[in-house]
Design a protein around this ligand. Structure first.
Ligand code: NDP
Ligand code: GDR
Length: 371
């Protein structure tokens, strides 16, 4: 019998990689996507199957975490063995601008999903993965952070996710539902959303290499994150749902790096050594040397600057996770380190920006719909 998975947030970074992974494992994958006025399925278009053919393995449904009737109907129709709840307003900074929506989608949305299972009497049939986050740790209580480290959320996003974390634990204890929290530290990839810091950096570095952009503006360069590769992390989502008993798991690399050092690593991929001078809002990054045969950038040029608009009202300064439990009990071995991740992202963005440059040179970079 083929297993059936339902993924909320299927159009996101993790949803796309997880769909690929589960399809390779011979699952039938159903995904929930939001209606939007433009196509929003870029990341999963390569998995698309013509809805007119029989026996599809990849099926999309319109839906939203803020609509419980729709969640109940989809779950009833799909009868999943596993549900991966990845849907969320996932941008920490934006959550300060949209706190109520974030609470609704990320916090109450998780409750809606769990209640749907109860309403449908599927408590014993289905296993649920909840996309919890290292943002729960927020203000540093202890390092490295483990499953036992106390939470101290520092944004509306993290507070909403804290509700989702505990409601998942509560439904597991109260109703015996197989529900797990994966407390995942930051994970990135070539298909990471463009406004998260790693992707913002690899895109801008690629554009600077090709002469399409002059400068990269960032916020807090001192923030430290434990960055892994999304491919390693989605494998883990599946692995932890296969464990005999439902538990909560930290997934992390155990290494932490500043935003500043990530920028240096990205520039190193185009043969540039960066030098940072100044402090706080006045800190700037200059080209110290440049030695790539294909990418010529001017020595001494200022290419990185700080813009306070990217500062957060409350910041998470330091994240570093200890995934010993997952490594020991589930045998998780990540295949990528940070260097591999930066290489993978830079390779992909350089290719994308090269395409942009061809379009730009051909005069096709701005499509005027209203001409
Ligand atoms: P993305 O932002 O790339 O994807 C989020 C997905 O959720 C998108 O498919 C988005 O749809 C969808 N979505 C947003 N709001 C709603 C809603 N109201 N109803 C239905 N769908 C919605 O996130 P990631 O793939 O990076 O992360 C996946 C999950 O893991 C998220 O819950 C995130 O908070 C969590 N997480 C992520 C980490 C990371 O480092 N990536 C670390 C720890 C946790 P659309 O495409 O239409 O916007
Ligand atoms: P984060 O990721 O908040 O950790 O949440 P993000 O990449 O947005 O920020 C990481 C750190 O970089 C600093 N920073 C900047 N961030 C952005 N976005 N843009 C900038 O210009 C910039 N300059 C500096 C931030 O202040 C922060 O300290 C991600 C999301 O995927 C969440 O959904 C997930 O739960 C956590 O990771 C784990």
């Amino acid at each position: 019998m083929q297993k059936i998975a339902l993924i909320t947030g299927v159009t996101g970074q993790d949803g796309a990689y997880l769909s690929e992974f589960l399809l390779k494992k011979n699952y039938i994958v159903h995904g929930i996507k939001r209606r939007s006025s433009l196509f929003n399925t870029d990341r999963i278009d390569h998995l698309y199957q013509d809805p007119h053919i029989a026996n599809q393995n990849f099926v999309l449904h319109h839906g939203d975490m803020t609509d419980s009737t729709n969640l109940i109907r989809i779950i009833q129709e799909v009868q999943p063995d596993e549900i991966y709840n990845l849907a969320a307003m996932s941008h920490v900074h934006v959550s300060f601008e949209m706190p109520e929506y974030t609470a609704n989608a990320d916090g109450i949305g998780t409750l809606r999903l769990l209640e749907a299972i109860r309403i449908l009497g599927m408590e014993k049939k289905v296993r649920i993965y909840q996309a919890s986050t290292s943002e729960l740790y927020g203000k540093v209580q202890e390092i490295p952070q483990t499953e036992k480290t106390p939470f101290y959320p520092r944004s509306p996003y993290a507070v909403a996710k804290m509700y989702a974390y505990w409601i998942t634990v509560n439904y597991r204890e109260a109703y015996g539902i197989y529900a797990c929290n994966g407390i995942l530290f930051n994970h990135e990839s070539p298909i990471r959303g463009e406004t998260f810091v790693t992707r913002k950096i690899t895109r801008a570095t690629s554009k600077i290499a090709l002469g399409l952009q002059d400068k990269l503006y960032l916020g807090n360069l001192d923030a430290k994150r434990d960055w892994g590769h999304a491919k390693d992390y989605v494998r883990m989502m599946w692995m932890l749902l296969q464990h005999e008993t439902p538990q909560d798991w930290v997934i992390a690399t155990g290494k932490t790096t500043t935003v500043r050092d990530f920028v240096k690593m990205a520039f190193a991929e185009i043969g540039v050594e960066l030098e940072f001078k100044g402090k706080g809002v006045d800190e700037k990054g200059y080209i110290k040397s440049s030695n790539h045969p294909n990418y010529k950038v001017e020595i001494g040029k200022e290419v990185v600057a700080v813009d306070p608009r990217y500062f957060r009202p409350t910041e998470v300064e330091l994240l570093i996770g200890d995934a010993s439990k997952a490594k020991e009990e589930l045998g998780w071995v990540p295949q990528y380190d940070l260097q591999d991740l930066v290489k993978d992202m830079m390779k992909s963005d350089l290719k994308l920006m090269q395409k942009d440059r061809y379009l730009h040179e051909g005069g096709y970079d701005v499509l005027n719909y209203f001409e």
